[in-house]
Design a binder for this molecule. Sequence first.
Ligand code: ZN
Length: 244
Amino acid sequence: MLYAIIADIHSNLTAFKAVLEDIEDSGGVDRFWCLGDIVGYGPEPCECIRLLKSLNPVCVAGTHDRASVDKLSLNFFNPVAAAAVEWTREQLKISDIAYLESLPDKATEGDFTIVHGSPRDPILEYISSISIARENFTYFSTGYCLCGHTHIPWVYQLDENKECASTRFSANVKLAVGRNRVIINPGSVGQPRDGDPRASYAVYDDEAGIIQLHRVSYDIDETQDKMIKKGLPMRLISRLETGS
Ligand code: ZN
């Protein structure tokens, strides 16, 4: 089976559609795993929720998903992010709210634990260093963990001697998932922050035991134009073209 691993769509429908087209062009997948933050920052929250739902994914809640349905305080957000959450709250329809409220903090699929932030704190914690990753390996019992939240594609591996290694997850690298336990971040569909503005996602092939990262160009101008029309903060608009 093939699994698409997508994270941090952030209401960027243009980027999301480009990723889905790329997946289709490569022959499609059997199942979608979504690591949360469907909404927030971007201009089309309802459309992204509905498109995601149509894929019947396994999906967990992200920081912005919780805050957008008033289940997480805006104190956890910087002023620009909080402004986008407040705007998102005004857009959501009852069915969108019901979907976001239904999302769990954590899911398990085979040998994978799926979270947004970290296994220790699925909504808020960023796995952004080896020391944080090492601690988090004790908070899940499966071999592998998938997380988003940092918007940066990254891999942490724990070997038999409990040594933790950290590497950037680059496009087209075939990462073998085998004996070593791993925590993998597939990057962000809708707001990449690794200096590469292209949408990011990964595909897991369970027969080959390989996860591969993909980067996809999309029409950034189109998303930015929609954000300008909807009055979203300039900082959120400009960062899309630099992937920062
Ligand atoms: Zn995010």
